[in-house]
Ligand binder design. Structure first.
Ligand code: ADP
Ligand code: MG
Length: 254
């Protein structure tokens, strides 16, 4: 079923082929084969320690892999490349962390404007103007001059999403973006993600928010023990999970 490496389908934004990774003699990813189509929203779920973060981090090469390959828009992500080329690649793959990771010494607007200025050479005034628009889009226009410490967790995470969007990435990756938030702030972040999905953004989201998965995902990947053991539409996954481990995972959530 795996297409030959030279045959790079245009509608496949991301393709993982037999991706393996270990830490010492511990195999974290045991042969991941998967594709993400343009505009598709994939939700990755599975038990803690199953390899979800490792998997998503290999896609923009925050983690190296031991074997296999990952293609992003036809480019071999794990091929030898200069630091400059790697930065350029990463700037096209937005990544949102559980822990926000904003620059504490920069205001919200400067956090958002920084990469376009530094990496793309966009003039500062233009970058700030666009940053304000992005902050508006995530509902934080009035917090533009606030510093991360002055913002709630939900607000910081929305700034982090705006910051990733500032590079106009064709793909956004999310690693448990709401897990560090107080419950009352989860909704505001999910609703920004939902609107991105509605606008056609290609997304890979690791999340335990099964309501989001049900409403927004095109496909669910259930991962356990370093393998994707089930992929399904949300409808099938929630109504009729096939693998016993997926059944148990869903039962434990209830
Ligand atoms: P998940 O995100 O699904 O909870 P992770 O991808 O973070 O899982 O981790 C998968 C497994 O790999 C876990 O057993 C974890 O302890 C291990 N692991 C993750 N990062 C490292 C690391 N840097 N060194 C050693 N083991 C690691
Ligand atoms: Mg994780």
């Amino acid at each position: 079923m795996t297409a030959p490496v030279s045959n790079i389908g245009n509608d496949q934004t991301i393709r993982l082929a037999d991706v393996r990774k270990s830490y010492g003699d511990y195999d974290v990813l045991k042969g991941i084969d998967a594709t993400v189509a343009r505009g598709e929203v994939v939700v990755i779920c599975g038990p803690s320690g199953s390899g979800k973060s490792t998997l998503i981090r290999t896609v923009n090469r925050l983690e190296e892999i031991n074997s296999g390959s990952i293609f992003f828009e036809g480019q071999d992500v794990h091929a030898p490349m200069s630091g400059r080329d790697l930065n350029r690649l990463r700037s096209r793959i937005g990544f949102v962390f559980q822990s926000f990771n904003l620059f504490p010494h920069l205001s919200a607007v400067d956090n958002v404007a920084m990469s376009p200025i530094r990496v793309k050479g966009v003039p500062a005034a233009e970058a700030r103007e666009k940053a304000l628009k992005l902050l508006d889009r995530v509902g934080l226009r009035e917090k533009a001059e606030s510093y991360p410490a002055q913002l709630s967790g939900g607000q910081q995470q929305r700034v982090a999403i705006a910051r990733a969007l500032a590079m106009e990435p064709p793909v956004m990756l999310f690693d448990e973006p709401t897990s560090a938030l107080d419950p009352e702030m989860v909704g505001e972040v999910l609703s920004v993600m939902k609107s991105l999905a509605a606008e056609g953004m290609t997304m890979m989201c690791v999340t335990h928010e099964m309501g989001f998965a049900r409403d927004v995902a095109d496909r669910i990947w259930f991962i356990d023990g370093g393998q994707i053991i089930e992929t399904a539409t949300p409808e099938d996954f929630f109504k009729n999970p096939k693998h016993p481990r997926a059944q148990r995972f869903l039962a434990d959530l209830r």
